[in-house]
Design a protein around this ligand. Structure first.
Ligand SMILES: Cc1cc2nc3c(=O)[nH]c(=O)nc-3n(C[C@H](O)[C@H](O)[C@H](O)COP(=O)(O)O)c2cc1C
Length: 356
């Protein structure tokens, strides 16, 4: 199953393995892609994946969330975007661009904004010292528009599709969550209007035949639960989204208050085969990937496993064990990883296992 070809909208994938969107923190300060990122993307694609989703490309200057984030917020980015799509295509995988706005998680050092934009005046950062600026109607419409523009740039620069980043606590999720959206106007959390308008803007820009996916977090601590997610899924399916992508740290994760079944199983049931579903979270072996498909996901996304084993699809298809740990020295060249990403992997505890 894992290695059987798969059709998603009008795209033919060589198998069901997908690279999960992963920011690399390595782009030029200007927002242009760095040559190290191109080599990284090409190597992963050449390792045998069906599809590569390139992580978190910023749609608007107010939405840059981390250093080294690349951008797709204006026409001048076309050459940068084109070079990345071409790098992925050289490796044989389909290329999907994840488009992103960080909302309240964007530091002033990157945006120049005194207060980052969000749905409501909620605390930002770890200490909560800064309070977000509640976006005006005009600003909301500007951001909705910027997602559409980013999608057009992706299409014009040769990407096969875009994925709207609605997960992991960034701006779209900030609008979905009652914990961060306390608005009482037409953009209230319960309306789910913001993610829908973003989707519509993207679709208007790229037309009916172009691949548009949506990534979401199924639940949020002290925020929303599966009931909201089921509504969001229904609305996106009605609107015509091409695929859904559930963001999970572990695909077997069970969240007690939501019942005894893994969240992935609950999402599978909510999608009910109406659209392809990408699952993700702690897949390390071929058995894990098979188990995820048996649970009902249509495609298997791999994140950290691909950082430490760029040739994961080829290695497991040959019956070999993939590398599980990253060497402490020489990883950038051995594994074709951008240098700033290696630095993070070496310093953020628990991200990836390191060799002794
Ligand atoms: C270095 C790194 C960067 C990430 N960047 C993004 C991102 O840009 N967008 C996103 O939706 N998820 C991002 N994630 C989350 C991954 O897509 C994935 O959901 C998560 O790592 C769990 O999958 P895994 O266990 O296979 O790594 C990132 C994860 C890592 C490790």
């Amino acid at each position: 199953m894992v290695f059987s070809p798969y059709r998603i909208a009008s795209l033919k994938l060589r198998n069901r393995l997908v690279m999960a969107p992963m920011a690399t923190f390595s782009s030029h300060a200007s927002g242009e892609v760095h040559p190290e990122e191109l080599a990284y993307l090409e190597r992963r694609s050449a390792g045998g994946l069906g599809m590569v989703i390139a992580g978190a490309c910023g749609v608007h200057a107010s939405g840059r969330a981390f250093e080294g984030q690349w951008m797709c917020e204006k026409d001048e980015r076309l050459p940068s975007l084109r070079s990345a799509a071409e790098a992925i295509h050289r490796g044989g995988a389909a290329a999907v661009l994840q488009i992103h706005h960080g909302g309240r998680h964007c530091p002033r050092s990157l945006t120049g904004l005194e207060r980052p934009w969000s749905a409501s005046e909620v605390p930002c950062g770890k200490d909560g010292a800064v309070v977000a600026h509640a976006m005006t109607e005009t600003e909301i419409l500007e951001i909705v528009e910027s997602f559409g523009q980013a999608a057009r740039l992706a299409k014009d620069s040769g990407w096969d599709g875009v994925e709207i980043h609605g997960a992991n606590g960034y701006l779209l999720q900030q609008f979905v969550s009652p914990a961060t959206n306390r608005r009482e106007d037409g953009w209230a959390a319960s309306s789910l209007r913001f993610p829908l308008e973003v989707y519509r803007s993207v679709r208007r820009s790229v037309g009916p035949g172009y691949l548009v996916g949506y990534r979401f977090s199924p639940t949020e601590q002290d925020g929303y639960g599966m009931e909201t997610t089921r509504r969001l899924i229904d609305l996106l399916v009605e609107e015509g989204v091409d695929y859904l992508h559930v963001s999970l740290h572990d695909f077997r994760y069970i969240l007690e208050p939501e019942g005894p079944e893994p969240l992935l199983t609950q999402v599978v049931r909510a999608v009910a085969g109406r659209r392809p579903l990408i699952g993700v979270g702690s897949v390390r072996s071929l058995r894990d990937a098979e188990e995820m498909l048996a649970m009902g996901a249509d495609l298997v996304a791999l994140g950290r496993a691909l950082l430490v084993e760029p040739d994961w699809p080829r290695v497991v298809s040959e019956g070999r064990e993939p590398r599980r740990r990253m060497p402490r020295e020489g990883a950038a060249s051995l594994l074709t990883l951008p240098t700033p990403l290696v630095q993070k992997m070496l310093t953020v505890p628990g991200w990836v296992e390191l060799e002794d």
